[in-house]
Ligand binder design. Structure first.
Ligand SMILES: [Zn+2]
Length: 153
């Protein structure tokens, strides 16, 4: 029953991407990370939907949008187990889970006030050194940050 319900929540999209299993408290950060406000296609955002696994979850449906890995994997910084359903002609043609990328380019801010990225107009770059625990190291000043320390740009 609840399986059918979950399928119904994604059924209305003809072509595009459904981003599912977003913890509700992370939904708006994910929206921000994906730059959803700059998109011009039809977008549905569901907040506090019932989820067996998460209790409450968020979901984002974006019409006619197919993300590149780099574009979508940035959301792993705030929500590591998000699922993607790629929809073509009303059918799920691909399912995947977001992966922590090897590098974070211009996504998060360095916490070191002396870091060059905080003092020059330049993008940040972090190397992901522990994907399971989301530990990253600044390319420029070598400051290490955990998920809790990350500030999204
Ligand atoms: Zn730095």
């Amino acid at each position: 029953m609840s399986q059918n319900k979950e399928e119904l929540q994604v059924a209305a999209l003809k072509n595009g991407t459904v981003i599912d299993h977003i913890p509700s408290e992370k939904l708006f950060q994910v929206v921000q990370l994906l730059r959803v406000e700059n998109m011009s296609t039809n977008i549905t955002i569901g907040f506090n939907l019932d989820s067996k696994k998460l209790g409450k979850k968020g979901i984002i449906k974006i019409t006619d949008k197919f993300f590149g890995d780099e574009e979508i994997n940035r959301i792993s910084v705030v929500a590591p187990h998000v699922k993607l359903n790629i929809i073509r002609d009303y059918e799920v043609v691909e399912k995947k889970e977001v992966q922590m990328p090897d590098n974070l380019y211009a996504i998060v801010k360095c916490a070191n006030p002396k870091c060059i990225t905080n003092n020059e107009p330049m993008p940040t770059l972090f190397h992901v050194i522990d994907k399971d625990n989301c530990v990253v190291r600044c390319h420029y000043c070598e400051k290490e940050l955990n998920r809790e320390d990350l500030t999204i740009l």
